[in-house]
Write a new protein. Structure first.
Length: 113
């Protein structure tokens, strides 16, 4: 499993996924878009972010610092390595919509939840 480590759905889905660890064996890769991404998480949520990140089997940081397009590059990185995309997408624009469209263009199975 790949997790983009974004606030909201990404981290909630990761917490849910990790709750299955005692019963199932799987690996999770945290796909951090850039070094220092944690600073974009509100201070009151950083402890949980760190705990979830530490529970992942691998941590991949895609860029040494923030740069324009790094979040979408992170999304492409995950799609390019996936067989199925689980997506929570409520709008026709934005990062989730971009990722769904990219996955469609790559022939990846998409399950919207």
């Amino acid at each position: 499993f790949y997790c983009g480590m974004a606030r909201g759905f990404d981290l909630e889905a990761l917490a849910c996924l990790l709750s299955f660890r005692p019963k199932r064996h799987f690996t999770v890769e945290a796909c951090v878009p850039y070094e220092g991404h944690e600073a974009s998480i509100p201070a009151r949520e950083r402890g949980r972010y760190r705990e979830l990140l530490a529970a992942c089997d691998r941590k991949t940081v895609l860029f040494p610092s923030y740069r324009n397009g790094c979040l979408l590059a992170r999304d492409r990185y995950m799609v390019d390595r996936s067989d199925i995309l689980l997506a929570y997408c409520t709008k026709e624009t934005g990062g989730a919509a971009y990722t769904v469209k990219y996955a469609e263009s790559r022939g990846i199975e998409i399950r919207k939840i």
